[in-house]
Ligand binder design. Structure first.
Ligand code: GCU
Length: 666
């Protein structure tokens, strides 16, 4: 037995489809004999059908497919499209690349694993084209084995500053390819110490092997790059992007790196952010920094993914003018159009930092001439550390569906990051991942739904949260109808429940600064990070209107007008944009203070209901899975109660306004 779970690729016995005639023969396009991805696809198909149905299908190869090197987002999408249709006593897969064959195989295996009828599912033929060219996971793994914001053990890539390659590495590639991931960054965006040496001889062999393994599953390897490598490992005293010595060092370095790691697709860079070095140090722009590197890696087909998480993290809490929320737009909008076409700006979903509720970053819908990628976080940094259940796909659906009004049509975030709106050369979606070397990969088994779900959603943004959750439960936990229903009843409302017992109405933060888990209402209030709720005895919220920091005006109309007005702003974001009296009436008809009390009492109560639902599953699902989640619910309830009581007491004490319903406030 493996010392880790195979989750949705475990291929345990299934009952339906056993007598399906269409599974007797599978026709695939023929690929080059050396094509590892095609070989993996065929092996996966055989293993899956054998494991689930004890079927050994005849595999027939048809017309030949040569995987051509892919040069841009559009051709990624063309090459990854597949069709599945029925033929007499068989199934035919049509695809233009081996990655597409692999995705078609996983489609068939998913249908079997979910016990859907194969013949009915593919009766009319099914053609799938991924929604996004790049579907990427960002690991924040450090080379000493620790994981920044990791809640599921240590890294499975690194032990003691060495790269580890074993059976788990391959199974990881399978696991993420099965949900459609096609790119991965394997080291922390904060590139420190040993990780700076990733681009030296010390790690080339291992990286090249890793790259090959990933390529075998259609996954492109990226590395996080230390922007100041010229200083850190190059012996220069500058990292100025316009300095000839700096440029020349990078030219030599990149020639070496791309030669030694032939599968390398490019780099992710966190520059001028939270203490990381960057072009600002030399009075240069973000575009200067990104373009210098992009220009050099261009000849190797390389891509530079440049993060937009650039803000002043040494703010004075007394200063009400500087607004962290504005920073991304202020720093990146003026250079829209200046970035090379192999640069992609990676934009966090909100303007702050992965809070449970934030408005969508105004850069999405602001930038029109720049390749863009959306960054979300499935590592539950602010959303419960994979202790509290928080199924994030409904949040991601809201973000994708957000109408930015950046063009006449095709103006949603999903449209922009698919490359459709502006015909971008590269685009897509990245998630800071939630995996580690825990047996079940994600600490809490239910957090696996976020890993599964992110991949599925990035591949097909049209899928619903329910559909994704149901697939996850059926493939990973149980086929039993009552079990499926109960677990969906836990996953689907979990994000809103988490929101209800934590910080209210879009204000965010209020977490313990040291860990980002647990309540501390004033934890960030007098700190340097630009993260304030500004509560006093009369009211709460940050004035980001035209009379305040002006952040609301960074949106296109009508969004700017809606957010700018306390009457029009949606309740769930009202304290993000406005400083309001506790007695202000929300659209719901409740006052701000009563909303705070109600939502916290309700959220805690609902968390208890979720835990009780889970308890009902004892004996109906695998004991290990049951116990794992049960133990986490125990901790979630302690957390939820603390949040509820601390937030309610804090605001009662500040405002002096009692709860209308007379519930206990401490
Ligand atoms: C947050 C997080 C950091 C991380 C940073 C980032 O600030 O707490 O650990 O490095 O985001 O996204 O770069």
């Amino acid at each position: 037995m493996k010392n880790y779970a195979e989750l949705w690729t475990a291929y345990k016995e299934r009952k339906s489809n056993r007598d399906c005639r269409n599974l007797r023969k599978i026709c695939l396009p023929e690929t080059e004999a050396s094509d590892k991805t095609a070989e993996n696809a065929v092996n996966e198909l055989k293993a899956g059908l054998k494991g689930m149905l004890d079927i050994e299908p005849e595999i027939v190869f048809g017309s030949k497919v040569t995987s051509k090197p892919v040069t841009d987002g559009k051709s990624i999408l063309d090459s990854e499209e597949y069709s599945i249709s029925l033929i007499e006593d068989g199934i035919n897969i049509a695809a233009k690349s081996s990655s597409a064959i692999l995705y078609a195989v996983f489609d068939i295996l998913r249908t079997v694993a979910c016990e859907k009828d194969i013949t009915k599912t593919y009766a009319d033929g099914k053609t799938v084209r991924p929604s996004n060219p790049l579907r990427m996971l960002n690991h924040w793994d450090n080379m000493d084995g620790s994981i920044e914001r990791g809640y599921s053990g240590e890294s499975f890539f690194y032990v003691n500053n060495e790269i580890v390659i074993d059976e788990r590495t391959r199974d990881y590639a399978r696991l993420i390819a099965s949900v459609g991931i096609n790119a991965v960054v394997i080291n922390n965006v904060n590139v420190k110490q040993a990780a700076s040496y990733m681009i030296t001889d010390r790690y080339f062999d291992k990286l090249s092997q890793l790259g090959e393994i990933f390529a075998g599953y259609g996954i492109r390897l990226f590395l996080s790059l230390n922007y100041a490598s010229t200083i850190e490992i190059g012996g220069l005293d500058s990292a100025d992007p316009l300095d000839e010595n700096v440029i020349s060092w990078w030219k030599d370095k990149m020639a070496e790196v791309f030669k030694k790691i032939p599968t390398l697709a490019g780099f992710l860079v966190k520059a001028d952010s939270e203490g990381r070095p960057g072009p600002f140090t030399y009075g240069r722009t973000q575009a200067d920094g990104a373009n210098m590197l992009a220009n050099i890696v261009k000849e190797y087909g390389g891509i530079i993914i440049w993060r937009c998480f650039v803000y002043n993290c040494r703010q004075d809490w007394r200063d009400r003018k500087t607004d962290r929320a504005r920073a991304g737009y202020d720093n990146f909008m003026p250079m829209d159009g200046d970035y090379h076409d192999n640069v992609i700006l990676q934009i966090k979903n909100g303007p702050m930092d992965f809070q449970i509720r934030e408005p969508v970053s105004p850069l999405l819908g602001g930038l029109k001439k720049t390749n863009q990628m959306l960054e979300v976080q499935i590592a539950q940094e602010y959303t419960g550390h994979q202790i509290d259940v928080c199924y994030l796909i409904p949040e991601f659906k809201e973000i994708l569906g957000f109408k930015t009004y950046c063009s006449e049509d095709k103006d949603s975030v999903a449209d922009i990051i698919s490359g459709d709106t502006f015909n971008s050369r590269y685009s897509g979606m990245a998630a800071v991942t939630n995996t580690g070397n825990d047996f079940n990969w994600t600490g809490n088994y239910l957090a696996g739904a976020n890993l599964y779900g992110f991949g599925r959603l990035a591949f097909d943004t049209g899928l619903s949260s329910e559909q994704i959750a149901e697939e996850f439960v059926r493939m990973t936990i149980s086929q039993d109808e009552t079990v499926v229903k109960e677990i969906l009843g836990i996953l689907l409302p979990s994000r809103e429940i988490y929101e209800r017992y934590t910080s209210p109405l879009g204000i965010g933060w209020m977490v313990q600064p040291a860990t980002h888990y647990g309540c501390s209402v004033d934890g960030y209030e007098y700190d340097r990070w630009g993260t304030y709720h500004r509560a006093d005895h009369l009211g709460i919220g940050v004035d980001r209107t035209d009379k305040g920091t002006g952040y609301a005006l960074q949106y296109n109309e009508p969004n700017a007008g809606i957010y700018n007005s306390p009457e029009k702003c949606p309740d769930e974001l009202v304290l993000f944009f406005h400083h309001l009296p506790y007695t202000h009436k929300l659209h719901s008809g409740k006052t701000v203070i009563q909303h705070i009390y109600d939502s916290h009492f309700e959220g805690y109560e609902e968390a208890q209901q979720l835990a009780a639902k889970w308890d009902q599953l004892k004996g109906k699902i695998d004991d290990e899975v049951f116990e794992n989640v049960r133990e986490r619910f125990e901790r979630q309830l302690i957390n939820a109660r603390e949040w509820c009581d601390q937030v309610n007491s804090y605001f009662f004490r500040k405002s002096g306004i009692p709860d209308e319903k007379g519930r206990q406030i401490w």
